[in-house]
Design a protein around this ligand. Structure first.
Ligand code: MSP
Length: 483
């Protein structure tokens, strides 16, 4: 366990509030919540930042299309995001909105500093722009004149624009990747990005002619800031870059920015270059996960969609959280199926975890306990689990925890405490369930809080190796009802 540092800063991308949250966006947000909670049980002070990316042209466009006033539109939708995250038990520290006053100040400050350094110049942008991606494309990137991701026609732009000298940072970026092999995780994703950087970088257009929305450039009021340049700086605003310097110093660099693979370029290339330009250290890690699909089609606001209520409605919040991180390695793509979720709910959460709890507590209610040295706990691969969590290998960590649940269930079968009435065996089992309840809390907090309340233990990592002070225990209520 790495306790060298007592604080931890994790972020999600800030989401475009041009639609409602869905499994795709929930995935990153739950991952961040799991990682934040894990760091909390380790005893660290954690900042978990999420929020909405509101200055995008596509958000403005969605507001215009809906006929609602744009401010009211983003107010309403950003509230909706926060509300849906609460339903999933997402315990964020701050919900940032890029229309927040402190954020606007930070964007202007970064622009001003970069400009003073001579890294911004005025020119003319001529090329293509995909509103869906909010990204610039060259002819060779397009497929039949369409955006390769959204498969829609792109805008053809020719207008004056300010540019950030991204090309200047090629060597510094390559040095960053070389010296910090964990900067881009999973490592399998790094190669593609590094190769593209090696091919050379084009300067980045960072402004559009003012169209009535967005943050104006501090040095030219006729232009608004390019939305990605604005959005990325939210990671600085969120920990008080200008308004709380002490906090910023304490929490920066971020331990991990969690993102989807589609936005890796912005986070692994543009963002560190922007930071190096103003003399700020890049984040420690950018972790880019895969995409969820439904029958192999990407889940998105404009395509197939499963909203949060529907997701939770299948088998409850904890089962949804569990499924998303158990079904596919965190980093790979996954295909979503309701049946697969129900199967895991029934076979793993109900049959393995739920049964263990109700069986053991039922026997303890009848027979009582005798405190002893818990030899069963030796089968728990705690160090391994910690290492996996540090590397964000969430699926593998879950796998190890569930192997231990299997060990516990086998122990019950082998020792037959319903025949022997062996109170020491029952103590070992209760003490082991405590360890499981602590380790699973980041993933399935609601259920683990029920277990901790029932068995009266604190959800803290250090409690795992402290013998449980269990007194009288009643049979626990069913944790997961089978579907
Ligand atoms: N606003 C930008 C991020 C700015 S961060 C400084 C953005 N927003 S988004 O709402 O379009 O998407 C946010 C995240 O959700 C991305 O990381 C994206 O990969 C993720 N997902 C959206 N659909 C997804 C799936 N179907 N599956 C997994 N993640 C997906 O991009």
């Amino acid at each position: 366990m790495n306790m060298a540092s007592k604080k931890f800063y994790v972020t999600t991308p800030i989401y475009y509030p041009n639609g409602v949250p869905h499994i795709g966006t929930a995935y990153t947000t739950i991952a961040a919540d799991i990682i934040a909670r894990w760091q909390k049980i380790l005893g660290k002070e954690v900042i978990f930042l999420t929020g909405t990316d509101e200055n995008a042209k596509k958000v403005y466009q969605a507001a215009l299309d809906s006929g609602e006033n744009a401010r009211k539109f983003v107010d309403r939708l950003s509230k909706e995001f926060a509300k849906q995250w609460k339903k999933l038990n997402i315990d964020f520290t701050r919900f940032i909105r890029t229309t927040d006053e402190d954020h606007v100040e930070v964007v202007k400050e970064i622009l001003r500093k970069t400009n003073e350094k001579g890294d911004i110049y005025k020119g003319e942008y001529e090329g293509f722009y995909c509103l869906g991606c909010e990204a610039y494309y060259t002819e060779k990137d397009l497929e039949d004149g369409c955006c390769p991701i959204h498969k829609k026609k792109v805008e053809n732009l020719k207008e004056p624009s300010y540019f950030f000298k991204l090309s200047k940072y090629q060597d510094k970026l390559l040095k960053l990747y070389k010296e910090n092999p964990d900067f881009i995780l999973p490592r399998s994703r790094a190669k593609e990005i590094i190769n593209r950087v090696k091919e050379g970088l084009r300067d980045l257009s960072i402004s559009r002619k003012d169209y009535g929305w967005g943050i104006k450039l501090p040095f030219d009021k006729e232009h608004v800031c390019y939305v990605w340049y604005d959005a990325l700086t939210n990671y600085l605003t969120g920990i008080g870059y200008l308004r709380d310097k002490k906090k910023f110093k304490k929490f920066w660099p971020a331990d991990v920015h969690l993102i989807g693979k589609d936005i890796a370029w912005f986070h692994c290339v543009i963002w560190p270059a922007m930071l190096i330009a103003v003399g700020i250290e890049p984040p420690k890690t950018v972790f880019a996960h895969g995409w969820w699909t439904i029958q192999d089609e990407k889940i998105s606001k404009s395509g197939k969609l499963i909203e949060i209520d529907e997701l939770i409605g299948i088998a409850g919040v904890d089962s949804a959280r569990y499924f998303l991180f158990r079904e596919t390695p965190f980093g790979d793509d996954g295909d979503f199926s309701k049946q697969a979720l129900i199967d895991r709910h029934n076979n793993e959460l109900a049959n393995k975890l739920g049964n263990l709890l109700s069986r053991v507590t039922g026997l303890v209610e009848k027979n009582g306990l005798t405190k002893c040295n818990n030899k069963l706990l030796k089968k728990l691969k705690l160090k391994e689990i910690c290492k996996l969590m540090e590397k964000f290998e969430l699926d593998k960590a879950l796998n190890e925890i569930f192997s231990f649940i299997d060990e516990c269930n086998e122990y019950v079968q082998e020792k037959k405490p319903w025949e022997t009435k062996d109170k020491k065996v029952l103590y070992e089992l209760v003490d082991s369930i405590k360890a499981i309840g602590i380790l699973l809390w980041p993933f399935i907090p609601e259920s683990c809080e029920k277990i901790s309340k029932h068995l009266k233990f604190k959800i803290e990592f250090d409690e795992i190796n402290k013998p449980i002070k269990a007194g009288k225990i009643k049979k626990a209520e069913i944790l997961f009802k089978k579907i």
